[in-house]
Design a protein around this ligand. Structure first.
Ligand code: ATP
Ligand code: FE
Length: 356
């Protein structure tokens, strides 16, 4: 079975081709991503109107490039999977319209995919991972713990009540005059700094459950930065590194402790091979990975993270989630609609991909 995946929900236009032999694992034949970072850079964040226009312009090109790279013709494609939400609606519509057109003209099945299900199922594309497993999705726009029970059945244990960690890294970089995206820049500075010099809160650790909050870190950072500037007339390089180290250490502590709690809940399900998978751009952070690995080792749980290109937005994960849905018999019609909001734990089998 050969499946085409299309992704256009945020600021990456992407297409991918997966092939699954009758017996055996799915293989990525091609995965093409056209980012829009340069287009949005002058505005300091993703501008929905610009994103929508760029997706509309690039989506056909991405599909053509993926087909060429995979050395596959459109006539070889057996099904089309497309992100139907959640995301910036203008972009999602571009992908969904393209997928509908191809599905109708080629007379092949159309499968709507929840973008978050794409992230959450990625560990099964890259490794032999059995349900149920615990997933920490941690990116520029999301932060949540999910138990993946099946390809269409997820339960959400908790998540951020305000900013996502990636957003907090990006804001931190902006406040300290570092380049975007902020995550790698802040991480690099943090290696040169003292994490104990400045005090950062560990929000919500005093409360039970898996919910998190990251917006207070930015406020703490701003206050301390301004105090230094008032005192010294500028921000010396070492102070900046110390702030990055302190900020990152706070994020690591919060994620590690909340992961410990999420694992406790997950382990009550008695999984035979307990596993925590992490995905999302923030999973690239080595300090965060190390923190999560320590917690997993303590609890006797395997830790896994897909390769970075499959952790950030891509269409291979959408094609794969589509493939999993395909095997459950799920099919969507021309009434599949693009959804700006679509919580994953509401994707009960009956609702998932129905677009209603
Ligand atoms: P979403 O997928 O939720 O819609 P997104 O597309 O913004 O959001 P990703 O592409 O998964 O998210 O990840 C980008 C985010 O990851 C950015 O906020 C970036 O700063 C962050 N990031 C990347 N590398 C690192 C790192 N080494 N440390 C911390 N954060 C990082
Ligand atoms: Fe994403």
């Amino acid at each position: 079975l050969t499946i085409l995946g299309i992704e256009s929900s945020c600021d990456d236009t992407a297409a991918a081709i997966l092939h699954q032999p009758i017996v055996g694992d799915a293989e990525i034949l091609a995965s093409v991503v056209h980012g829009q970072t340069d287009l949005h850079a002058p505005f300091g964040g993703v501008v929905p109107e610009i994103a929508a226009r760029a997706h509309a312009e690039k989506v056909d090109l991405c599909v053509e490039e993926a087909l060429t790279a995979a050395n596959v013709s459109l006539l070889d494609v057996d099904a089309i999977a497309v992100t139907a939400g959640p995301g910036l609606i203008g972009g999602v519509i571009s992908g969904v319209m393209c997928a509908k057109g191809l599905s109708a003209s080629l007379n092949i099945p159309l499968i709507g995919v929840n973008h978050l299900a794409g992230h959450a199922l990625t560990p099964r594309l890259t490794d032999q991972v059995a349900f149920p497993y615990l997933m920490l999705l941690v990116s520029g726009g999301h932060c949540q713990f999910l138990i993946a029970h099946g390809p269409e059945y997820f339960s959400r244990l908790g998540g951020t009540i305000d900013d996502a960690p990636g957003e907090a890294f990006d804001k931190t970089a902006r406040l300290l005059g570092l380049r975007q995206p902020g995550g790698p820049a802040v991480q690099a500075e943090a290696t040169k700094g003292d994490p104990k010099r400045f005090r950062f809160p560990r929000p919500l650790l005093d409360r039970p459950g898996c919910d998190m909050s990251f917006s207070g870190l930015k406020t703490a950072l701003l206050r301390q930065r301004d105090a230094i500037i008032a005192e010294k007339g500028g921000l010396p390089v070492q102070d900046r590194a110390d702030m990055c180290a302190g900020f990152q250490a706070a994020v690591v502590d919060v994620l590690a402790e909340k992961t410990r709690r999420a694992l406790d809940i997950y382990l009550t399900e008695n999984p035979s091979e307990p596993l925590l998978a992490v995905a999302g751009g923030v999973a690239a952070n080595t300090a965060i990975r190390a923190g999560l690995e320590t917690v997993c080792t303590d609890k006797g749980v395997t830790f896994t993270a897909p390769p970075l290109a499959l952790c950030t937005d891509n269409a291979a994960m959408i094609a794969y989630a589509g493939l999993e849905r395909y095997h459950t018999g799920a099919r969507d019609g021309m009434d599949l609609s693009a959804r700006p909001r679509w919580p994953l734990d509401q994707t009960s089998p009956a609702l998932l991909g129905s677009g209603k």
